[in-house]
Write a protein that binds this ligand. Structure first.
Ligand SMILES: NC(=O)C1=CN([C@@H]2O[C@H](COP(=O)(O)OP(=O)(O)OC[C@H]3O[C@@H](n4cnc5c(N)ncnc54)[C@H](O)[C@@H]3O)[C@@H](O)[C@H]2O)[C@@H](O)CC1
Ligand SMILES: [K+]
Length: 502
């Protein structure tokens, strides 16, 4: 499990560790790690460090100090290093170290002279040491202009600890931020490196151990690795039969919306359900039977005329909602499913129904909801843009207010349950942003719920496997071939391979 922390948590741990070490030790470790990564990158693109042009963007805090000491190390190896001093103060020790080995420093405060632009645009490497975990709010000038200029850099951009402009604790970005190819982070991951929009600015994250581990508190955010997910997933044993492996019920589709049902059932079948019981009106049932003969189907002609899921037979978990519709008949199906005593996953139209009738969520058995930001917006009464900008805050709030497990879809999928770290999924791909992939995800998570996983584990395991399957589908394999667009059914079809390589 890769764990991540807020700035305050990191700072407290650093204070505890620093108290036991000679002054400057931690910055020395950070700068050495940063310089090593930079040297490796320069060697990769230029063949050597000697003679390369390095520009350091230096703010007034210790983040700038790290960059200056690392710049000094690079200058010692023959790099031509220029520090752009953007703050009202500068880390004096770091600046002296850089000057001692022939590095230059240019004091470039507002307004940004043309020279700063040229330096940034032409450098082989730009090191962003403007602000780290001490940053708060939108970047002020001249930092904002400098951060914006990094987008035009022709060389590499490496962020120190966290890209300046990204809120390390939340991943929020208000205004300009440095867009890095690599972020070298010290001591522990910061939440903002894993959660969008911040994660998008961080690029590849390189971790430098400065000895903080024993001093870190319980994490607020955690990203499961493939190994973690493999450990979670149920594997059939000698004594397994289809009932023990888990029967998942799927109440989805309507005569108007049939595709979502086919995709959700596909996700469940391909994720390895012991059995899928599908209940819907006649047309979706016809299509599901044609595509997935493995599913056992029930047609409900009149959901208002009695309990619509009574005849379905025993299930260990339900998936409710994809393509279900939002009228009175769909409401009757939702009420019947949510009245059962087994875990229920609510997605898509099911979310519209519970947004209108919160009473549906009053139940004893576990509930997992899987909204995207728009659907969560309706559930919380918060504008979609605000949710997108503050995903961590809102997924936590939804779990607390609704008393359910919440999987918030998006470029980085988050899973929240009260009193647990928010789980972040790292396997997604932008190609997943296509219609129907959410239905497949619902089917996978439903299968894992039916297999006995908790909502929290089923949601994070499903997100991981779903993202991995999408990556496989995009490339044909994991061997780095070119990427191609995918359809939702491709993701379902790639699930067995994803489970094999996990
Ligand atoms: N504390 C420690 O033990 C260690 C800290 N390290 C480095 O120190 C950094 C933290 O240093 P600091 O606490 O000095 O803080 P930072 O250097 O991250 O930033 C603080 C400075 O930035 C300014 N600032 C804050 N928000 C701003 C904004 N929106 N626009 C413009 N300026 C803004 C503040 O006025 C202050 O001068 C870490 O990110 C890391 O890079 C490392 O050297 C490892 C050890
Ligand atoms: K930075």
């Amino acid at each position: 499990m890769r764990t991540a922390y807020t700035s305050d948590q990191i700072r407290a741990a650093e204070l505890a560790l620093m108290a036991k070490l000679p002054e400057g030790t931690l910055m020395g470790r950070a700068a050495a790690g940063l310089a090593a990564v930079c040297a490796g990158l320069l060697t990769g693109v230029r063949g050597r460090v000697y003679g390369s042009h390095v520009v350091l963007l230096i703010g007034s805090g210790d983040n700038g100090g790290d960059a200056l000491y690392a710049g000094a190390r690079l200058a010692r190896r023959g790099a031509r290093v220029v520090a752009v001093l953007a703050g009202s103060r500068v880390h004096e020790g770091g600046l002296a170290a850089l000057r001692a080995v022939g590095g230059r420093a240019t004091d470039l405060r507002v307004p940004i002279p043309e020279q700063a632009r040229e330096l940034i645009l032409e450098a082989d490497l730009v090191v962003d040491g403007l602000v780290g975990i001490g940053g708060s709010g939108a970047l002020r000038e001249p930092y904002a202009t400098l951060a914006g200029l990094t987008a035009q850099a022709s060389g590499l951009v490496v962020a120190v600890d966290v890209p300046s402009g990204v809120d390390a604790s939340t991943g929020g970005v208000d205004g300009a931020a440095v867009r890095a190819q690599v972020t070298v982070t010290f001591g522990a991951y910061k939440n903002g490196l894993l959660i969008d929009p911040g994660a998008r600015f961080a690029g590849a994250v390189e971790f430098v151990d400065i000895g903080l581990g024993p001093y870190l508190p319980d994490p607020g955010v955690a990203a499961p690795t493939g190994e973690d997910v493999a450990d979670l997933l149920p594997r059939p044993g000698a004594e397994s039969d289809k009932y023990r492996r888990g029967v998942v019920g799927i109440a989805a589709g309507s005569d108007r919306y049939t595709g979502a049902a086919v995709l959700a059932v596909g996700g469940a079948v391909r994720a390895g359900a012991g059995m899928v019981r599908f209940v819907s009106s006649a047309e979706p049932v016809r299509l599901v039977r044609a595509r997935w003969p493995e599913a056992v189907t029930t047609i409900v002609a009149d959901p208002l005329g009695g309990n619509p899921v009574e005849e379905v037979g025993r299930v260990q978990a339900w998936v409710l909602g994809p393509g279900l519709g939002t009228g009175a008949e769909a409401h009757a199906v939702a009420r019947a499913v949510l009245s059962t005593q087994v875990p229920v996953l609510v997605d898509a139209d099911g979310l519209t129904l519970i947004a209108r009738d919160r009473g549906l969520l009053r139940r004893d058995a576990p509930t997992l909801i899987t909204p995207h930001a728009g659907e969560l917006s309706r559930l919380l009464g918060v504008p979609r843009e605000r949710i997108e900008a503050r995903r961590l805050e809102h997924v936590r709030r939804a779990a607390a207010e609704l008393g359910v497990t919440v999987l918030l879809k998006g470029s980085t999928t988050l899973v929240a349950e009260e009193d647990r770290p928010v789980r972040v999924n790292t396997t997604g791909t932008p190609w997943l942003a296509t219609g129907g992939t959410g239905d497949v995800l619902a089917g996978i998570a439903g299968t894992l719920l039916a297999g006995g996983l908790s909502c929290y584990d089923a949601a994070s395991g499903a997100a991981y496997v779903h993202g991995l399957a999408a990556r496989l589908a995009v490339r044909g394999d994991l061997a780095g071939r070119a990427e191609a667009p995918i359809a939702a059914l491709d993701v379902a079809q790639a699930l067995p391979e994803a489970l094999r390589v996990l």
